[in-house]
Ligand binder design. Structure first.
Ligand SMILES: [Zn+2]
Length: 334
């Protein structure tokens, strides 16, 4: 069994595998612009973040009913369990669905039906994080937060994702203030394609507690010092960075340098159906390519639980951390 870990940067829409996409398309009478799963997989060659987002949003057309969202989350949790995931904080993008006429309640009820039985079925505790699309307006984000109010008992926090460049965090100051007033935790994508300055802005203007990606902090030594000092977790997604050309090859990934610098980094899968692997596959890829030792992998697993929003269940966090310390690394998948 792989090392116990938490996954903190996972877009549930990004777990839509071609086989499930075609099954849901058939069930819902949606025609996809691909002949079969092979042709669809062949389209997964992206030149940048935007080229991925175009295909990603197109394929979401197959998600129509609450049952579709339940099936999507079930499929993810089953795969995640096999890769050692014990706790998952799952992103979803309500605007990507409400824009297509699927009500936010359908999305949340559907996902919740899966997450509610996740521990019993898959041994995975879960949290749900609602993300705003940063290339949509601040008003749209506020309307989304408002529409989510009847479901706040299911939502732990808010996030910010989609096309980063040209959409600085400060654009969403007001909605993050409102989310904070509702008691929601705060994360945001920053410093993936956007500059290190966006990471500072996410911390200072939005008050985020965890930065998604944050890779480009390495261009700003003062920022690295601050992130280390304040113990701000970064949710890295190595295979995603290669697929979206944020870095040229996995060998160029700064993960190791970031660990050496003392940053609280975690390894995650982002949109695993599109980027060549789930979280355990990301662990295995960095172990092999960056020459990580078992103690590096243990640190990454430990960090994942330290960075989790488990403040409401410290007993559980302590249990997971004890499992990490007791784990014996063998030659199998990490
Ligand atoms: Zn992401």
């Amino acid at each position: 069994m792989p090392v116990p870990k938490a996954e903190l940067h996972l877009h549930i829409e990004g777990t839509l595998e071609p086989e499930l996409a075609f099954a849901l398309a058939a069930r819902n009478g949606v025609t996809l612009p691909y002949a079969d799963t092979d042709e669809l997989r062949g389209a997964y060659r992206f030149s940048d973040l935007q080229s991925f987002l175009d295909l990603y949003y197109g394929l979401m057309a197959v998600l129509r009913t609450a049952e579709d969202f339940t099936a999507l989350a079930d499929a993810y949790l089953e795969r995640a369990a096999a890769q050692g995931v014990r706790h998952a904080e799952i992103f979803f993008d309500p605007q990507a669905h409400t824009a297509r006429g699927v009500p936010i309640g359908v999305v949340i009820e559907g996902l919740s039906a899966s997450l509610e039985r996740s521990e019993e079925r898959y041994g995975i505790s879960t949290r749900l994080i609602m993300c705003f699309l940063r290339d949509e307006s601040a008003e749209s984000a506020l309307a989304t937060l408002d529409a989510a109010k009847p479901y706040l008992d299911r939502i732990t926090g808010v996030g910010l994702d989609s096309a980063e460049v040209g959409h600085p965090p400060a654009k969403f100051r007001e909605v993050y203030e409102a989310a904070g007033a509702l008691g929601l935790r705060k994360v945001a994508h920053a410093g993936e394609e956007g500059p290190a300055a966006y990471i500072r802005e996410a911390l200072d203007v939005l008050g985020v507690e965890r930065v998604d990606h944050g890779l480009r902090c390495m261009e700003d030594a003062d920022l690295v010092d601050r992130l280390v000092r304040e113990r701000v977790p970064l949710t890295l997604c190595p295979l995603s960075n290669v697929r979206l050309r944020t870095i040229d090859t996995l060998a160029d990934h700064p993960l190791r340098a970031m660990m050496t610098a003392g940053l609280l980094v975690t390894v995650n899968s982002d949109d695993p159906a599109y980027f060549g692997g789930y979280v355990g596959d990301n662990f295995d890829a960095v172990r092999e390519t960056l020459g990580l030792e078992p103690e590096h992998l243990r640190e990454l697993a430990r960090n994942s639980f330290l960075a989790s929003f488990l403040e409401d269940d410290e007993e559980r966090r302590a249990r997971y951390l004890a499992e990490v310390e007791a784990y014996v690394f063998g030659g199998g998948p990490a």
